[in-house]
Design a protein around this ligand. Structure first.
Ligand SMILES: Cc1cc2nc3c(=O)[nH]c(=O)nc-3n(C[C@H](O)[C@H](O)[C@H](O)COP(=O)(O)OP(=O)(O)OC[C@H]3O[C@@H](n4cnc5c(N)ncnc54)[C@H](O)[C@@H]3O)c2cc1C
Ligand code: SF4
Length: 808
């Protein structure tokens, strides 16, 4: 497209429109296996911007891909039109009706943050995805999201009572529950909204069409159904001969993946917060079959959660620092386990129900251990289960657990037989599949392990998906229970609901969006599921040498490819954990761990430069990374941006030279050493307004930041003093004092000395520069020299068996 057209569009919008290579690359992927570089990315300020974008898309026949957190697993947010990211500006909670238990929000409100706000009113929004700390209500409606709580609280579609939208001609339309009479009146409206009401009515009024939908759509008993547009739900209304008095087009819009209309406001039905007292039984099994056999009997109890984890996924949690502490309750090496949570208003009631559940478990006799968790221990277990999908991205190398058949849902009594057939299919393909998640809802997250860089595995990707689609159809199941059709499953909709019904969906789409500007290639007229993959098939792997050792990830490119897009780094400061402070401050996707990993992957893969790291765009991408390393422990795929950044800076500067500012920070220790000789003078200069401002200006430090206070405390002397006071020393220990403890945070050193001496250690201080300032600014040769020197010295202590303690 002519750049001038985009420039004109940009100047007409209140929110930003970006079409530089970097922004487009960062928005080319979501949490799926797909990649399509969009034309541009828009960040609308309000609905007027959205209307302008829609009119532009109409005029120039380009697609619009609505997006919130971009955690879709099936490729819903990948497209080559303009990605419209409403997560930055459309984030307001607009209205709460406590008595009516409803809330109206903009699409960019985060699910957990909404519930935090509602808590004070004793209310909550039920559907609870594993991504609930960053996924947004607009995306949950788009995908009809579900999650762990659906067995008690239902799915998003059940909760959407009204939607304000912008239609494909730029007009505004609100949808809510209406009577048949009101519906008929709306059919007469002389505008697109009227055409939609008329179109839907004309398609669904025929008994023959209704019968065909009932026969071909997934079984009604399956609550999680995300196959195509939910026309089956509309048949429940009087208008179409069903039992419900009213009809609500929101049922159709929920799960329509942004292909029918652009949502600007959502009104949700809320529930009262769940009962406060809970207990969780975790049943452990030696075989998967035993585990599945137990699902039907335990589900007869009033469970709030019935989730499963198998050995493959449990093993993944062993390699993640954060999840290691959450798996404390796992006993032995189970083939699978079930997490069964009960909730009640009183201890007595809970005890009664717990007893009954334990009796059922005992009667079946299939589990070998059934620990009962209480209080915060339950939250830890849920966190472990929630981390599951993301952790699968942790597999080293190119073989990954691929999302394609990962959320098939069948009726509960069919689950065991379905999994039996499924396992046979996977065995025939020589696949060890992963089984886990919402067992109580008949939905397990099944994933084959494939290398989508290889043509052979891409063809397996298609054939496994096809075979499982056929199997799901055999059981009258839903090919997607909650993640949506996106690109990966849309192709199979005709098989799942029959050609006639598929043609019907195509006509429904054309009433809403005759020119296919809304999220083209999804649900109807789908993009092929084995094209536009994230990686070029059979590509020649670029050889990239690095100074850091990335061999545990099979090289730096694969270290960046570990990011599977799960978006954990988009959680805000209101969620627990520290990843990622720069995103928390800016709310720009570019400043997430995911954005950085994606940008590095794009540049390293596609660069034509001799030095693949020679990219000014990457300088911008890594600029705000604080090297705090929160991502190294919190990212479920263990993407360690601090190390990637450091390597990048080294390689980039080797070609482009080392800037004065970077030198100033890298060699900062020398300045502090000098300053500590005259601390009073140094601190006076650092704190004096004008002089300190000059230093900040020269070194590029923000004017509001305070310069650090240099200390003159001599830790050797301090240790001697303490030694005089404490006599009972029986064990040797080395306390490593780095440059920060020596010159700046001396109090930390004093505290550590107090503690170790108090514990009866004979403390020796080992002073040495750590090289952290060098690592942070990419001066890796200098850092390496220091590391080698430190290792050589510390090795002597280690060989003598003396513990070495570092502090931070
Ligand atoms: C690790 C992991 C675990 C997951 N676990 C679960 C789970 O337990 N349960 C579950 O149901 N899902 C799960 N998902 C899928 C995903 O997180 C959910 O579908 C989530 O609700 C998507 O929210 P989002 O804000 O990321 O939406 P996005 O991915 O940004 O968008 C989702 C869809 O909504 C559309 N959309 C967004 N905003 C609008 C708008 N304003 N108007 C119209 N259309 C719009 C988009 O075009 C897209 O089609 C998981 C994903 C990952 C990566
Ligand atoms: S190291 Fe960088 S990318 Fe990782 S969490 Fe910290 S600031 Fe974010």
């Amino acid at each position: 497209m002519d750049k001038n057209l985009l420039t004109d569009l940009r100047s007409s919008l209140d929110g930003p429109l970006q079409f530089d290579t970097l922004s487009r690359a960062i928005y080319a992927t979501d949490a799926s296996v797909y990649r399509k570089v969009p034309l541009a990315v828009a960040f609308p300020k309000d609905q007027n911007d959205i209307i302008k974008l829609i009119l532009f898309a109409q005029k120039h026949q380009v697609g619009l891909v609505p997006r919130t957190a971009g955690t879709s697993l099936a490729g819903q947010c990948v497209g080559d039109g303009i990605v419209v990211d409403v997560s930055k500006h459309m984030t307001k909670i607009l209205h709460l009706d406590v008595d009516g238990k409803t809330v109206t929000v903009q699409p960019g409100v985060i699910r957990d943050e909404l519930n935090e706000y509602l808590k004070a009113h004793g209310l909550f929004f039920g559907p609870n995805t594993s991504t609930s700390n960053r996924c947004m209500i607009g995306g949950m409606v788009g995908n009809n999201s579900s999650g762990t709580t659906s067995i008690q609280y239902g799915v998003t579609r059940d909760k959407v009572i009204a939607l304000k939208t912008i239609l494909s001609d730029g007009s505004q339309a609100s949808f809510e529950s209406i009577t048949s009479g009101e519906y008929r009146k709306k059919m007469d409206m002389p505008n697109l909204e009227g055409t939609i009401y008329m179109g839907v009515y004309s398609e669904l009024q025929s008994k023959e069409v209704q019968q065909n939908i009932k026969e071909e759509f997934p079984k009604e008993s399956i609550h999680r159904r995300n196959t195509g547009y939910a026309v089956d739900e509309l048949l429940h209304s009087h208008l179409f001969g069903g039992p419900e008095e009213e009809i609500n087009i929101c049922k159709l819009l929920s799960g329509s993946e942004g292909t029918l209309a652009f949502t600007t406001e959502i009104t949700l039905q809320l529930d009262e917060v769940p009962p406060p007292i809970s207990a969780m039984v975790v049943t452990h099994y030696k075989t998967l079959e035993d585990c599945l056999k137990d699902v039907v009997p335990v589900m007869k109890h009033n469970l709030h959660l019935c989730e499963m984890m198998d050995k493959v996924i449990l093993d993944c949690t062993k390699n993640n620092r954060e999840q290691l502490t959450n798996r404390y309750f796992v006993e032995g090496d189970p083939a699978a386990l079930l997490m069964l949570e009960l909730k009640d208003d009183s201890e007595e009631a809970l005890e009664g129900n717990l007893k009954k559940l334990l009796k059922t478990i005992e009667k079946s006799g299939l589990s070998y251990s059934n620990p009962i968790l209480r209080g915060n221990n339950i939250n830890k277990a849920i966190a472990l289960r929630k981390a599951g999908l993301g952790l699968l991205g942790n597999m080293v190398g190119d073989r990954k657990a691929v999302a394609c058949i990962e959320d098939t849902a069948v009726s509960l009594p069919d689950l065991k037989a379905f999994i039996g057939d499924f396992t046979k299919i996977m065995k025939d393909y020589g696949q060890d599949a992963v089984y886990y998640a919402h067992a109580g809802a008949g939905e397990l997250h099944l994933r084959p392990i494939l290398n989508l860089k290889r043509a052979e595995d891409v063809s397996l990707f298609r054939s496994i998906t096809t075979d499982v689609a056929k199997l799901t159809k055999k059981y009258g199941g839903s090919f997607s229970g909650e993640h949506g059709d996106g690109i990966v499953r849309a192709e199979f909709i005709p098989m799942m609901i029959g050609e006639q019904n598929y043609e019907l969906l195509k006509r429904i789409k054309s009433y809403f969006d005759p020119d296919h500007i809304f999220n083209p290639g999804k649900i109807v007229d789908a993009y092929p599921m084995d094209k536009s993959l994230r990686y070029e098939i059979e590509r020649e792997e670029p050889e990239i040498s690095t100074i850091f050792d990335f061999s545990d990830s099979e090289g730096i490119l694969k270290a960046s490819e570990k990011c599977n897009g799960s978006g954990d780094c988009r959680k805000t400061h209101k969620a627990s954990g520290g990843m990622c402070p720069s995103y928390q401050a800016t709310k720009n996707e570019k400043d997430t761990t995911r954005g950085r990993a994606n940008a590095l992957r794009e540049v390293l893969t596609n660069s034509l430069e001799q030095n693949r790291f020679d990219s000014d765009e990457l300088v911008e991408v890594f600029d705000l990374c604080l090297s705090c390393k929160a991502c190294a422990s919190e990212c479920p795929s263990n993407v360690d941006v601090a190390t990637l950044k450091s390597e990048f800076l080294y390689q980039y500067q080797e070609t482009n030279g080392y800037k004065f500012r970077n030198k100033l920070f890298a060699y900062n220790t020398r300045l502090n050493a000098l300053g500590s000789k005259m601390p009073i003078v140094t601190n006076t200069i650092y704190n004096s307004g004008p002089l300190s401002n000059v230093i900040k200006k020269i070194s590029g430090i923000a004017p509001k930041r305070r310069l650090p206070k240099v200390s003159s405390i001599n830790l050797d002397k301090y240790l001697q003093n303490i030694n005089k006071q404490v006599n009972n020393k029986n064990r040797n220990i080395v306390l490593y004092i780095d440059e920060f403890t020596k010159y700046l945070d001396t109090d930390l050193g004093k505290d550590a000395i107090d503690l170790l001496c108090g514990l009866g250690y004979e403390v020796s201080l080992y002073y040495a520069e750590s090289g952290r300032t060098f690592i942070s600014k990419g001066f890796l040769k200098q850092a390496k020299r220091l590391a080698e020197k430190n290792i050589a010295t510390l090795l002597n202590y280690a060989r003598q068996g003396t513990p070495i303690v570092g502090i931070e």
